[in-house]
Design a protein around this ligand. Structure first.
Ligand code: 6GU
Length: 273
């Protein structure tokens, strides 16, 4: 997979040399090219922003440097044999970045990231490239960052670990929380390793029982507990057909009741966890 990142802070992308993404680069699974947007400015101050038309606070990124830089990155990529680019524009006004979108992006051969600083990039840049390739504007959560570079790191890590040959078997992503279908969109419960006692704290007996059926049941019950505490919305929107008799018992203990449409709902003040 080819990744291009256009930024005014190339150093911010240094973490792409480390850990999982760094190894994928070293192995040739990922070809990452970081471009310093200021190299495509031609005034004394390397200006990349200007005041917004219509007035208002903040600054807007000028279209000229973006157009020149992106055109060159695209030409370079095509020359290197890449094809099928997608432009990814991290912005708090984008659509939510989800595991589903990570899976979709991981199937594309070429991602070009355009992270903005300031109040955003002149709209005509996205409109222009949308005539040549899919353009995805994505947000990584309901908070505001100073720029999209951190989001590029987040999205790249989520996508890279899905590429064939990047994760070892031991780190397989089959049962990730949010892996489509896997644990029916429940959060994963607690995990333990050696030693069997630490600071007077033991391990739940069931995990030492060797009884795989009971262990699987316990893990699922703990997943319901954790999901109820942290993400009740995931249970509210699950298809109730995904829940067996034991699931329903646990949901009942946690204060969930089937509604008229079969979906579960819960009075938030209902039951202790
Ligand atoms: Cl992708 N960019 C910025 N600047 N802020 C964000 C974001 C992205 N996602 C959430 N907040």
């Amino acid at each position: 997979m080819r990744l291009d990142v256009v930024t005014i802070f190339p150093e911010y992308l240094e973490p792409l040399n480390v850990s999982l993404v760094g190894k994928a680069r070293a192995r040739g699974v990922l070809d990452v090219q970081v471009h310093d947007l200021r190299r495509w400015t031609y005034d004394r101050h390397s200006t990349v922003d200007d005041t917004p038309y219509g007035g208002g606070p903040g600054m807007v990124m000028k279209p000229d440097p973006w157009g020149a830089c992106v055109d060159e990155a695209l030409a370079d990529g095509y020359e290197a044999g890449a094809h099928g680019p997608v432009m990814v524009v991290p912005t708090p006004s984008g659509r939510p970045f989800t595991q589903e979108l990570a899976v979709e992006l991981s199937a594309r051969p070429w991602l070009l990231f355009a992270p903005a600083r300031y109040e955003g990039i002149d709209r005509r840049v996205m409109d222009e490239y949308a005539t040549r390739m899919p353009v995805y504007e994505v947000s990584i959560g309901d908070y505001v960052l100073a720029g999209g570079e951190a989001a590029v790191l987040v999205i790249t890590e989520a996508v890279a670990r899905l590429l064939p040959g990047v994760l070892g078997n031991a780190e397989s992503h089959q049962d990730d929380s949010f892996a489509p279908g896997a644990m029916a969109d429940l959060l994963e419960g607690p995990v333990y390793t050696k030693p069997p006692e630490w600071r007077g704290r033991g391990i739940p007996d069931v995990l030492l029982s060797g009884h795989h059926g009971k262990i699987a049941r316990w893990r699922r019950d703990e997943a319901f507990r954790r999901t109820t505490a942290h993400r009740p919305d995931l249970i509210e929107r699950s298809d109730p057909a995904a829940f067996d008799k034991k699931d329903r018992e646990m949901l009942s203990i946690l204060g969930w009741r089937p509604g008229p449409d079969g979906r579960f709902w819960r009075d938030p003040g209902a039951v202790e966890q």
